[in-house]
Design a protein around this ligand. Structure first.
Ligand code: COA
Length: 346
């Protein structure tokens, strides 16, 4: 299948998926060896058994290139018009990582930019790609969610070190029509900046650099993620439920017609609480947090690729996507799963 077809249309249609996780794994037992926690606590409170983490020198762009390459192969193409990289753990504050991803994938001098919306980044990326395609700015977009976020997590903080993992997922979107399989439905998005401090990295940006930066009494912990877990949990359940309902309503889908709910893998208890509120049976919920942890913007494309390659998502399935993250930010959308070529299971 080529994504450079001349069939321009209003919809962004899924043409390929791919994912990559770094080879190094960290189990709950590994973490329990140096943190005041236990494998039982981590599994029962989060659903996570292990996560993949980058090795020294390995970065979000490295992961993005691997996932992007697989998505291009899945789409059967070597070219796209634009590259969007959703990440909260950029290689550098400047420049954006997307141009390097495009370069390393041999995509040439295409427009490429980063998008930051934490764990909702993939949903904001889908809406962005949809707009680029609908406005005929691009006929095809490579959208990658890639995170080496464990590099921003304090390894000594048991409240956050047990949750996050690294990885990347990517999709190729092409211009098409709204009624064909793979067409991304209306994307429902929202943010609430009044809760920005619930999940944040205080230093590294302009506020701390100008006021209390290095050499001015900066506490090193402010370079790491700080998270109000319990409050976020409640917000995540409420907002993911709201985003899901809104996306279903905009698509005109009764909830009973959803075959697969692929939500942001933040915490198994969050996912099951959202599914319960939506009255989606537990067996329709896709779960891979046990193997990868919370991978922020990579979470949903990683889950989609894992579900499709593992046979848990097949052509014709009606899929609901929903995410929540720092910002606060949230989003949801729908699609009918198309007939795609996928890699062997991760
Ligand atoms: N091991 C053992 N105990 C731990 C622990 C760990 N790794 N982390 C926290 N605790 C302790 C706390 O200190 C607290 O102890 P206390 O009762 O003596 O004060 C107790 O466990 C309960 O803490 P709480 O934060 O209420 O636990 P929880 O059941 O809410 O689970 C999270 C904590 C972080 C797993 C959960 O709140 C969560 O997943 N929140 C959402 C996080 C998230 O999704 N972030 C990204 C947004 S996309």
């Amino acid at each position: 299948m080529t994504v450079r077809q001349k069939n321009r249309g209003a919809a962004a249609v899924l043409a390929g998926v791919g994912a990559y996780v770094p080879p190094k794994t960290v189990t709950n037992a590994d973490l329990s060896a140096h943190l005041d926690t236990s494998p039982d606590w981590i599994t029962s409170r989060t659903g996570i058994e292990e996560r993949h983490v980058v090795s020294a020198g390995e970065s979000s762009v490295d992961l993005a290139v691997e996932a992007g390459n697989r998505a291009l192969k899945s789409a059967g193409t070597g070219t796209v018009d634009m590259v969007v990289l959703a990440t909260t753990s950029p290689d550098r504050l400047c420049p954006a990582g997307a141009p390097e991803v495009a370069h390393r994938l041999g995509l040439g001098i295409v427009p490429a930019f980063d998008l930051t919306s934490a764990c909702s980044g993939f949903l904001f990326g889908l809406a962005t790609a949809q707009g680029l395609i609908a406005s005929e700015t691009a006929e095809s977009v490579l959208l990658v969610g890639a995170e080496a976020f464990t590099t921003f997590v304090d390894p000594a903080d048991r409240g956050t070190a047990v949750i996050f993992g690294d990885g990347a997922g990517a999709v190729v979107l092409r211009a098409g029509s709204t009624d064909e399989p793979g067409a991304i439905g209306p994307v429902s998005l929202g943010t609430d900046g009044s809760h920005a401090d619930l999940l944040h990295i205080p230093s590294g940006g302009s506020r701390q650099r100008s006021a209390t930066g290095l050499g001015h009494g900066l506490d090193v912990s402010s370079w790491y993620l700080q998270m109000a877990g319990r409050t976020l949990f409640q917000q995540a359940v409420a907002r993911m439920t709201e985003a899901s309902r809104s996306a279903l309503e905009q698509a005109g889908w009764p909830v009973a017609t959803v075959d697969r709910f692929v939500g942001h893998q933040a915490n198994l208890r969050i996912l099951t609480a959202v599914a319960k509120r939506l009255e989606i049976p537990a067996e329709r919920l896709f779960v891979n947090i046990d193997r990868v942890g919370n991978t922020l913007a990579a979470s949903i494309p990683l889950a989609l690729t894992a579900a499709a390659s593992g046979g848990e998502l097949t052509s014709g399935d009606r899929v609901l996507l929903s995410a929540f993250g720092a910002g606060l930010s949230w989003g949801g959308t729908t699609l009918v799963w198309p007939d795609l070529v996928t890699d062997a299971p991760l």
